[in-house]
Design a binder for this molecule. Structure first.
Ligand code: GAR
Length: 208
C-alpha cells in the first residue's frame, strides 16, 4: 500500500480527483493518509473531511519565522510517514530539508507544458494569463518530481490542451484541469503505486 500525503492551498479539485480515483479503483494500492493545507480556509480541507482523510492546516502566518514554520511543516509530514507526497495546487515553497529527505518521492502538478510558463511567479491563473498573453496555440499540464528548483524536477507525464481564440484565463484553466490535470495526476499516482516509475540521470522511465 502506497501511503500518500497530499498538500493543498485552495479549492482542491485535484485532491478530489485523487480521492475519486482511489474510491473508484483507477488508483490502486494507495491510501490517502493525510492532507496538509497552508490555508485554513481552503475548500480542499472540507473535501478531505468529507472523504474521512485526516487533515491539518500548517500556515506560515501562525509562526514567528520561516524556520519555525518549516519545522512544524516537517513534523506534520513525518507524523504521517508517507511514501509519496503529492503537491496538488500547493503554493508554498517546501523546506529544502524535506526535498532532500524525500528525493524522487514528491510530485507536483503544474498547469502548463514545462518548460513553458513555469518557474517563479507562474502559479494558478497567472500561468493561463501568460499563455493567453503570448498567444501560444497549445498548452497543457505536467506532473513532475520535485527538486530544489521551481518546476525543474524530472518530468513524469505531460498532456497537451488546445488554446482557443475566445479563451479567458478562467475558461482555459478549467479546460486544462478537465482535459489534463484531473486525468494525469491520478494516473501518475497509480503508476508510482504500481512501482512502474523510475528516475535515472534526471529522466523518468515508465515501465509497462
Ligand atoms: C491547479 O491548476 C494546479 O495545477 C495549480 O494550482 C491549481 C490548484 O487547483 N498549481 C500550480 O500552479 C503550481 N505551480 P485545485 O486546488 O483546484 O487543485
Amino acid at each position: 500500500m502506497l501511503k500518500v500525503l497530499v498538500c493543498v492551498s485552495g479549492g482542491g479539485t485535484n485532491l478530489q480527483a485523487i480521492i475519486d480515483g482511489v474510491r473508484q479503483g483507477s488508483i490502486l494500492d494507495t491510501e490517502l493518509v493525510r492532507v496538509i493545507s497552508n490555508n485554513k480556509n481552503a475548500y480542499a480541507l472540507e473535501r478531505a473531511k468529507q472523504a474521512g482523510i485526516p487533515a491539518v492546516c500548517v500556515s506560515p502566518k501562525d509562526y514567528e519565522d520561516r524556520e519555525a514554520f518549516n519545522e512544524a511543516f516537517l513534523q506534520a509530514v513525518e507524523e504521517a510517514s508517507p511514501d509519496l507526497i503529492v503537491l496538488a495546487g500547493f503554493l508554498v515553497v517546501l523546506p529544502a530539508q524535506l526535498i532532500k529527505r524525500y528525493e524522487n518521492r514528491i510530485i507536483n502538478i503544474h498547469p502548463s507544458l514545462i518548460p513553458s510558463f513555469c518557474g517563479t511567479g507562474y502559479y494558478g491563473l497567472k500561468v493561463h494569463e501568460g499563455v493567453l498573453a503570448r498567444g501560444v496555440k497549445v498548452t497543457g499540464a505536467t506532473v513532475h518530481f520535485v527538486d530544489e528548483g521551481t518546476d525543474t524536477g524530472p518530468i513524469i507525464m505531460q498532456k497537451a490542451v488546445e488554446v482557443r481564440e475566445d479563451d479567458t484565463p478562467e475558461v482555459l484553466q478549467r479546460r486544462v484541469m478537465e482535459e489534463a490535470e484531473w486525468i494525469l495526476l491520478p494516473w501518475c499516482i497509480n503508476l508510482i503505486a504500481g512501482g512502474k516509475v523510475t528516475v535515472s540521470d534526471g529522466k523518468v522511465h515508465i515501465s509497462e
